[in-house]
Design a protein around this ligand. Structure first.
Ligand SMILES: [Zn+2]
Length: 452
């Protein structure tokens, strides 16, 4: 059997791995490559394999950098089966149309055809089958696939591929446990090979208690200055976690009651999917819901779905809190708020998620004093704060602990492939896996293949 790394190799985005033998070809994820552009030019290149020959795709989770090229895969001839968890399928049904709109807009601006069209998206979704965690999918010839809980976002999975004589685990993205809503990542056992993410392979997050306190103090300080707190947030998971915690702060009077806006049609739709799938939540969250608390709603919260509602946010005087997409400020309504309030020394921009190299979010985070947004030059005079503890990704100790868990009964994996991290993060983690855990580890390059 062979594994090919066609994306997500020394890069956080674009996850795309091919496993094949003489009878089966399967992909794990088919994500969008993202960076300076929403969809990097690389996505428009032909796939490195013939999509017609792929039998199955297994999807770890619904983030665009893991599913964004699936409609193109369909367009280019894929007609096999796609398996995801039930919640991932429902989140994909919201995420992909939004993804398509952004891709179409970018393509129009750059004067080329979009990566795919509505009919490709519809065709793709007709192939998706949702399954439950731990329910084995039997592919025949002794090959089985099992989804385990990755604790990263709703429905996220660690994918176990059981070949007749070996087991391979794909971590997908691993959660940063404990999280407000989800269960911790499942541990793995009996792995012969592990493909593990490394977005934070060279960093350590703040602890959860600290991140809560820091969030409260950023809110208090901004309100104290009568400023606006802007939180660019990913529509999936981060927004729902923030809502969950803000709901708690309100219920316990930890923060003053100021207007809070969820200014993202996408995040509003995603929150509805979260409400529908509370069976995926951890015990504490389920208990709160059962006790009658609507964990995604509280006084002062407004969901502004339409453009008109969104524009009305401007009429509400500060202090106020605005949570808007996109999470890395590469588009979406956050840009309009940034143009207004980045120049304001009383206001704050708070980063709660990963900012990919080249994104506007990363440039502000790095301290650039002037940025270009929608063709305008915008000075950055506001406070810039970071809360890495809200990341949905495990940090370096978390990743090492998860990998170490695969060493059981004296057996350890033959090789760990470190992916989905930038050069430095992937390399650092690979070295630590080798030096500290005594397991062979490599950070493959795009196009690399290995005999398993
Ligand atoms: Zn992810």
């Amino acid at each position: 059997m062979k594994i090919f790394f066609y994306g997500g190799a020394r890069s956080v985005t674009g996850a795309n791995y091919l496993l094949e033998n003489e009878s089966i070809k399967m992909l794990i994820d088919c994500g969008l490559n993202q960076g300076t552009k929403y969809a990097e030019d690389l996505n428009y290149q032909p796939f490195n394999y013939n999509p017609e020959e792929i039998d199955y795709v297994f999807v770890t989770h619904s983030h665009i950098d893991h599913i964004g090229r699936l409609p193109k895969l369909f367009k280019d001839g894929f007609g096999g089966k796609i398996y995801t968890t039930v919640a991932t399928r429902d989140l994909m049904a919201v995420a992909l149309p939004d993804n398509m709109k952004q891709i179409q807009q970018e393509a129009k601006e750059n004067g080329h055809p979009p990566l795919f069209e509505q009919k490709d998206l519809d065709g793709l979704m007709s192939l998706v089958q949702g399954i439950n965690y731990y329910e084995p999918i039997d592919l025949g010839d002794g090959v089985k696939v099992i989804f385990h809980d990755a604790g990263h976002i709703l429905g996220s999975a660690i994918i176990e591929v059981q070949w007749p004589d070996k087991k391979i685990f794909f971590s997908g993205d691993l959660g940063n446990s404990p999280t407000p809503l989800l269960r911790p990542s499942d541990t793995i056992s009996g792995a012969d090979y592990v493909v593990v993410e490394s977005a934070y392979g060279d960093r350590v997050h703040e602890a959860r208690a600290e991140r809560k306190e820091k969030l409260i103090s950023v809110i208090e300080n901004t309100i104290g200055r009568e400023g606006v707190l802007m939180i660019p947030s990913f529509a999936i998971e981060r927004t729902q976690e923030l809502l969950f915690e803000l709901n708690e702060f309100f219920n316990t009077n930890r923060i003053p009651k100021v207007p809070i806006f969820i200014d993202s049609p996408l995040a509003i739709k995603m929150t509805a999917v979260y409400k529908k799938h509370s069976e995926y939540f951890n015990k504490e969250a389920v208990y709160l819901i059962k006790s009658g608390d609507d964990i995604f709603d509280f006084p002062g919260l407004k969901m502004t779905a339409t453009t008109e509602e969104s524009k009305m946010i401007n009429d509400i005087p500060p202090p106020k809190i605005i949570i808007a997409g996109s999470g890395m400020s590469q588009g979406g309504r956050i840009l309009h708020h940034e143009i207004r309030y980045l120049p304001d020394p009383k206001s704050t921009i708070l980063f709660v998620g990963y900012q990919v190299d080249g994104s506007l979010g990363r440039r502000i985070q790095k301290g650039e004093k002037e940025v270009r947004i929608l063709g305008q030059s915008v000075p950055v005079n506001c406070h810039v704060e970071n809360l890495s503890g809200y990341s949905a990704h495990a940090d370096q100790p978390g990743l090492l602990k998860w990998i170490a868990g695969s060493k059981q009964d004296g057996k350890k994996p033959k090789e760990v492939f470190v992916v989905q991290g930038e050069e430095e993060a992937a390399g650092t983690l690979a070295n630590l896996v080798h030096d500290n855990l005594g397991i062979n580890a490599i950070a493959p390059q795009t196009g690399d293949s290995f005999e398993l």
